[in-house]
Design a protein around this ligand. Structure first.
Ligand code: HEM
Length: 219
């Protein structure tokens, strides 16, 4: 179960890095951003139909989310049921905080993702009353810019990115060890550094477009 969690988690790390890279195209302007979104749909053509690659990727992601959550709940309930009586001394301090942030942070991330998919993918919700639906049209760039001009949307996404960062920090650290790199204190230190680095790169990389849009540097 830990292996399933580590492998599906590694796939999410690859996905968020790719997604973050795509989002940074906001700085290259509307055409670069929108044509990136368009190319994601024509990838693999003509062997695959339009959006074929994207759909394969979506199915793999959904199965991975199910596998990741299932293994989390399995390990969670196993830890809970392992003893009929409670430990006199429970995990305290840093260990308890990590367990709680992984569990509740994971649940919060699922909630964020539900909103996020409705916001940008399925319903394409325009939350900015100062921008007309006609202006947004079918441009992902316009939808992103209009959204993050609304300060509370930006604050909400920044809060979600804190949850993403904390989850990645511990998740990467844990996955590296599950995948076999735990033998020495040096290896553990490197896995910790890797967790910190991935968490920082991803949360800062994702935070830049909303911040630049909210402060009016990207229009
Ligand atoms: C400020 C941060 C973020 C922004 C501005 C953003 C923006 C977007 C946009 C514009 C889309 C639609 C892409 C399209 O239809 O071409 C999208 C889709 C998506 N985003 Fe994000 N995103 C952010 C953070 C995240 C994070 C942290 C995650 C994961 C934890 C995530 C997961 C997804 C997923 C799964 C999709 C659906 C991809 C698909 O199947 O089409 N996003 N995002």
């Amino acid at each position: 179960m830990k292996l399933l969690m580590a492998l599906t988690g590694s796939l999410f790390v690859l996905f968020v890095l790719m997604h973050m890279y795509g989002n940074l195209k906001v700085f290259a302007g509307q055409e670069a951003f929108d044509s990136y979104a368009h190319h994601l749909r024509t990838l693999g053509e003509p062997i695959l139909p339009y959006s074929g690659f994207l759909w394969i990727f979506r199915i793999v992601l959904v199965l991975s989310v199910i596998g990741h959550a299932y293994s989390a709940f399995y390990l969670w309930s196993k830890a809970h049921n392992a003893r009929s009586t409670r430990y006199a001394v429970r995990a305290a301090g840093a260990a308890a905080w990590r367990t709680q942030t992984m569990r509740w942070g994971g649940v919060a991330l699922i909630a964020f993702l539900t909103w996020h998919l409705m916001h940008f993918t399925t319903n394409k919700i325009n939350v900015n009353s100062a921008v007309s639906d006609a202006t947004i049209g079918d441009s992902p760039y316009q939808l992103v810019v209009a959204s993050f001009q609304v300060w509370w949307i930006t604050v909400f996404y920044l809060a979600a990115l804190v949850a993403v960062g904390l989850h990645l920090q511990h998740g990467v650290w844990s996955a590296v060890q599950t995948l076999g790199w735990a033998g020495t204190p040096g290896a553990r230190r490197i896995s910790q550094l890797l967790g910190n680095a991935v968490a920082l790169v991803v949360s800062i990389g994702f935070a830049l477009p909303p911040l630049f849009i909210m402060f009016g540097f990207v229009k």
